[in-house]
Design a protein around this ligand. Structure first.
Ligand SMILES: C[S@@+](CC[C@H](N)C(=O)[O-])C[C@H]1O[C@@H](n2cnc3c(N)ncnc32)[C@H](O)[C@@H]1O
Length: 397
């Protein structure tokens, strides 16, 4: 067993210590803690350790509320209080922007209204009729009967699912503002549903893209807008924080033509419909674009134009001069064609929204040649986990 002091946390929430000059990553630890650990992985330039004992605790350490905390691996920061987590996330944004984009900036931080039960969606693995998550760094299933991060309507489905007989596969459970449940399943094996015992709040079950019960969508609310969400559309998982993002955009942006890149079901663009003459949105999932069109109609928003396809490809066919572009890409960040488009067309302002600060910083490093970073806000979209949502507002130089 080795004893070391934890110097700081890395970007994945793991403690960093040094053993004979080599860096060791030790999960479940906090800065300034004196810990005993064993080495699990030893590589040329770093090691990975397993915490055995804490000799001196950080004052922000708390007892993890989840009984599965040690095996699950989902909540990398649950052993610290929320104030500590918020400071860590705010500093993480600052550090990554400095390291990868050479940008020094202040970061405003927005807290979540809940640190538990905030997720409106969960994706579970199913093996031999057991439902759960994969355990830390493995493909071993950890059977669960609830998860402290997900809304309790979803936990009710996880606990009582006699009406769904699935042997192997993946199951996605969503809930909405009306406590309704939408379930989608993928499986190579036969899935049996007992339609007579499905609870009344389950509005739809989709198996391998086919709707076998009810609908393949439901409606959810963020702030003052109602959204149709199809079973396979991206939708923000923390409704409160999504509403806070709307507020940031509404307080800072307005103009003639707005382009909402990676628009999903139209969420961010629609939130700005009163601030622009025209809203254009691009998204690659066809169902999501159909939902976006309907969302505009149902919220009496008449100034929208939605396009389905890859952003880089669709942009070649849109001959509009945009004053503002919203960028909310997947974790991989901007693709080359889209980045090129922004740098060449030079809209007056940009809002870049991201849950992956490293790809955000990589893209900002190129964007900053043409734009000044005006405001950075971190938002606690994922309490108890190390990821953080970030909204960056930029103005053309
Ligand atoms: C982080 S989500 C943002 C969705 C939306 N802005 C919102 O707030 O709900 C990223 C979206 O980008 C879409 N997407 C991923 N790659 C894409 C591409 N190359 N072209 C267009 N859309 C893409 C995904 O389907 C997903 O809906």
């Amino acid at each position: 067993m080795i004893t070391s002091k934890i110097e700081r946390l890395d970007d994945e929430g793991r403690g960093i210590a040094y053993n004979e000059g080599k860096v060791v990553f030790i999960p479940d630890t906090l800065p300034k803690e004196e810990v005993e650990y064993e080495i699990l992985v030893d590589k040329k330039n770093f090691s990975e350790g397993k915490l055995i004992n804490i000799l001196q605790e950080n004052k922000n350490r708390v007892l993890p509320k989840c009984p599965l905390y040690n095996v699950c691996g989902g909540c990398s920061l649950m052993h610290s209080n929320i104030g500590f987590q918020e400071d860590y996330k705010s500093n993480k944004i600052k550090n990554i922007l400095r390291r990868y984009a050479n940008i020094d900036t202040d970061v405003k931080f927005v807290k979540s209204n809940k640190d538990l039960f905030y997720r409106n969606k969960v994706v579970l693995k199913v093996e031999n009729n057991k439902w759960g998550y994969y355990q830390k760094k493995s493909h071993n299933l950890l059977e669960i009967d609830s998860c402290l991060l997900v809304n309790n309507n979803i936990n009710e489905v996880i606990r009582n699912h006699d009406y769904i007989n699935i042997i192997d596969g993946e199951i996605t459970i969503r809930t909405n503002y009306e406590d309704k449940i939408l379930i989608s399943i993928t499986s190579d094996k036969k899935v049996n549903i007992n339609k007579n015992t499905i609870p009344s709040n389950v509005v739809g079950i989709v198996i391998n893209k086919e709707t076998i019960y009810g609908d393949n969508y439901f409606y959810d609310m963020i702030s003052d807008i109602k959204f149709k969400v199809s079973y396979n559309s991206f939708f923000q998982i923390n409704n409160y924080i999504a509403g806070e993002i709307f507020d940031i955009l509404r307080c800072n942006l307005e103009g003639e033509n707005l382009l909402d890149l990676y628009c999903g079901v139209g969420t961010l663009g629609l939130s700005l419909s009163k601030k622009y003459k025209n809203i254009y949105g691009i998204e690659k999932i066809r169902n999501a674009i159909e939902d976006a069109k309907l969302n505009a109609k149902e919220n009496n928003i008449e100034n929208t134009h939605f396009f389905v396809g890859d952003t880089g490809t669709v942009l070649k066919d849109i001959d509009v001069s945009f004053d503002t572009v919203i960028i909310d890409p997947p974790r991989s960040g901007l693709n080359d064609e889209t980045l090129q488009y922004i740098l060449e067309s030079k809209p007056k302002s940009l809002a870049y929204i991201s849950c992956n600060t490293i790809t955000l910083a990589r893209d900002l490093n190129k964007i900053k040649e043409v734009y000044n970073l005006k405001k950075v806000t971190g938002l606690d979209m994922f309490p108890n986990c190390h990821d953080v949502e970030c909204v960056c507002l930029l103005e053309r130089k």
